[in-house]
Design a protein around this ligand. Structure first.
Ligand code: FNR
Length: 373
């Protein structure tokens, strides 16, 4: 496994060498309102900018002449094997970028052995995405990549549980409940043919406080927003690993552990929620200390380079997730674009590990970091 096979890349333009190249290219492949929805932050974009700045403030210290024989980026998380400590973050409505939407993203993830987290608000159903994974694994002769379901609490527990049962039945291997609220700056009208496929037939689909981010105090939407007792309830309802996404403080991380979650995803939702939040990277040392190994710690928001992955792992994360870059790849070249973007990121990670003298992700530690004065 030290040299995983190359995904079928088709005709990728040769000038695409980084995730930033994909971002620059993608704008020409998407309708302007969709591009704005994908890229936007919230408020004055302070958090959106900080997500990059926090990674850039940390330096790396190389080690030479280390024994790298038999090394690999592969990791085991929640009992599953991942080709790298990288996952595709849940990103809604991927058909805005490409007609094959999440089906293409799933094929790319399978080709790369990279786990995918499917959004409640996906434009393809969770069953169709699971079937696409099985078909792609068959066609490519690979193992199916991990597939996790991102859950938004619905108006009633019955509706929420129905989604969990469907994810279980379709073979999704973990539930990631998102507990922050995305606030859309502009009201975004979905283009024709794009809908929340998982919520088809639901009364008032996606009209949940979490999905719309309109938690106005004293309104029915605030009444429907999930609370800690809902976490205790959900924990008791499923045997799948349960992760909470959108945790940003040591206090909430402890509370999550106390409620028996298996994993915590530190995230500021890519700068799309409360403006002024720090980068999860900045909070990582304090949260890693609070969690003390009692839950798997993941992180997203601003990851764009293999060196970013290294920095997150050095500070205590088990893996990172990437949000917008998967959609940039999808918009530029469909399945091949997503696979190529993932290949770039994993290759950058391999190079960074080699320069740090780390044969495995587990060898990356704080001793490899240099914090500028
Ligand atoms: C998101 N994100 C998100 N998160 C989630 O839990 N459910 C969802 O449906 C969505 N949808 C979504 C749509 C779009 C267009 C974006 C940009 C983001 C948040 C996502 O999972 C992740 O936290 C961020 O995207 C990570 O930041 P980067 O990698 O985009 O900087």
């Amino acid at each position: 496994d030290t040299h995983p096979p190359l995904p079928p890349l088709g005709a990728i333009p040769p000038d695409l060498r980084s995730l930033a190249d994909y971002e620059r290219r993608a704008v020409a492949h998407m309708a302007p309102p969709c591009w704005t929805y994908l890229q936007e932050g919230s408020g004055d974009d302070i958090t959106l900018r900080e997500n990059r700045a926090a990674f850039d403030r940390i330096g790396l210290l190389p080690r030479v002449l280390a024994d790298l024989r038999g090394g690999s980026t592969r990791v085991t998380m929640l009992g599953q094997s991942h080709a790298a400590p990288i996952l595709l973050a849940p990103v809604a409505y991927q058909r805005i970028a490409h007609p094959e939407g999440e089906l293409a993203t799933m094929r790319a993830a399978t080709a790369m052995g990279i786990g995918m987290v499917l959004s409640t608000l996906a434009s393809e159903t969770l069953e169709d995405v699971a079937a696409a994974r099985a078909a792609a694994a068959r066609d490519l002769g690979t193992a199916p990549a991990p597939l996790w379901f991102q859950l938004y609490a619905q108006e009633t527990r019955e509706q929420t549980l129905a989604l969990v049962r469907r994810a279980e039945a379709a073979g999704h291997e973990a539930i990631m409940l998102t507990v922050d609220a995305s606030i859309k700056r502009a009201s975004f009208a979905l283009p024709p043919g794009v809908e929340a496929a998982n919520l088809r037939g639901t009364a008032r689909p996606a009209q949940t406080a979490q999905a719309l981010g309109r938690i106005l105090l004293g309104t029915p939407l605030a009444d429907a927003a999930p609370r800690w007792d809902d976490i205790a309830w959900l924990r008791g309802e499923t045997r799948l690993p349960l992760l909470l996404k959108g945790i940003m403080t040591p206090q909430d991380a402890r509370e999550a552990v106390r409620h028996g979650v298996d994993g915590i995803v530190m995230s500021n939702h890519g700068g799309r929620v409360l403006d002024g939040m720090p980068s999860p990277l900045t909070m990582l040392p304090a949260i890693a200390e609070a969690v003390a190994g009692e839950a798997t710690l993941l992180l997203d928001s601003g990851v764009r380079r293999g060196t970013d992955v290294v920095k997150a792992l050095a500070l205590g994360a088990s893996a990172v997730l990437v949000g917008r870059p998967q959609v940039h790849g999808l918009a530029v070249a469909g399945m091949a674009g997503v696979a190529h973007a993932l290949l770039i990121l994993r290759t950058e990670l391999e190079h960074a590990m080699a320069q740090l003298g780390c044969a495995t992700p587990g060898e990356i530690g704080p001793e490899h970091l240099f914090v500028r004065a």
